[in-house]
Write a protein that binds this ligand. Structure first.
Ligand SMILES: [Mg+2]
Length: 224
C-alpha cells in the first residue's frame, strides 16, 4: 500500500503568467461579448466550471452544459495559442526532482480545478505531460472540495491500493479541499496565496518552494 500524492497545477507545478485567465477572458469575449469576464471573479483555487457559473451570474446570464462545452473549446484554442512561446510557462523549482524522489514511494496524480484538456495543455507546455498518468479535474467535481473523494474513487477504479492521501497545493482552497477529503496537505508559497494566508489555513507542512521543502515533503509522504 502506497500513499497517494495529489499535485495541484497552477502555482504548484508551474506558472503560465496569467495565460489561463487571459484565455478564459478571450473565450468569453469571443462567444458572449463579455469584456474582462473574469474580473473580480475568484479564479485561483476555484474550478473552471465554477468560474463559468460565477462569470455568467456576473453578467446576469443563464448557463448550462452546452454553454460550458462551447466555452471550453474556445478556451482550449486560446490557451494552446498563448502557451506556444516556451518562455510563457515556468516549471517551478524542485518539481522534477520531487517527482523523481517520490517515484516508487507513492502513487502520483493531478488534482486541479482546470478542465482536463486545459490541464493537459499546461502540463505539456511545461514538459511534464509524461509525468502524470491520471488526475481529477473540474469535470470530476463541481466544487474543489469534491476533488479528493473523486481521486479516491478513481484510484479504486484503477485498482490502486492507497494509504494516506496528501494534497500539495498553493492556495487556501487546496488546504480546505484536502481537509474536506480527510487528506493531509502541503502548502507551497510559489503561487496565489501569501505565506500568512497559507499559515492561517494550518496545512500539515508549509514550504517556500518544492525544492526548499523537498526533504520534509518526502518525510511526510513516507509517514516520518
Ligand atoms: Mg493552484
Amino acid at each position: 500500500m502506497l500513499p497517494l500524492v495529489l499535485f495541484d497545477i497552477d502555482g504548484t507545478l508551474l506558472r503560465t503568467r496569467g495565460a489561463g485567465r487571459e484565455a478564459l477572458d478571450k473565450a468569453f469575449l469571443a462567444l458572449h461579448g463579455w469584456p474582462d469576464a473574469t474580473e473580480g471573479v475568484h479564479v485561483a483555487g476555484s474550478t473552471d466550471d465554477a468560474i463559468c457559473r460565477d462569470v455568467a451570474a456576473r453578467f446576469g446570464a443563464s448557463w448550462g452544459p452546452a454553454s460550458t462545452g462551447a466555452l471550453r473549446a474556445a478556451y482550449l484554442l486560446e490557451l494552446t495559442r498563448l502557451l506556444v512561446p516556451a518562455e510563457r510557462t515556468e516549471v517551478l523549482p524542485g518539481v522534477s526532482r520531487l517527482l523523481d524522489a517520490l517515484d516508487g514511494r507513492a502513487h502520483i496524480a493531478i488534482l486541479t480545478g482546470n478542465w482536463r484538456s486545459g490541464a493537459e495543455v499546461k502540463l505539456a507546455a511545461a514538459g511534464l505531460g509524461g509525468r502524470f498518468e491520471w488526475g481529477v479535474y473540474s469535470e470530476d467535481a463541481w466544487e474543489r472540495d469534491g476533488l479528493v473523494p473523486a481521486a479516491r474513487a478513481v484510484a479504486i477504479a484503477r485498482e490502486l491500493t492507497v494509504g494516506e492521501v496528501i494534497v500539495i497545493g498553493d492556495t487556501v482552497a487546496d488546504v480546505r479541499c484536502a481537509r474536506a477529503g480527510a487528506a493531509r496537505v502541503v502548502a507551497v508559497e510559489t503561487g496565489f496565496c501569501s505565506p500568512e494566508e497559507l499559515a492561517n489555513a494550518r496545512p500539515d507542512l508549509q514550504v517556500k518552494t518544492l525544492e526548499d521543502g523537498m526533504g520534509w515533503i518526502v518525510a511526510l509522504v513516507a509517514g516520518g
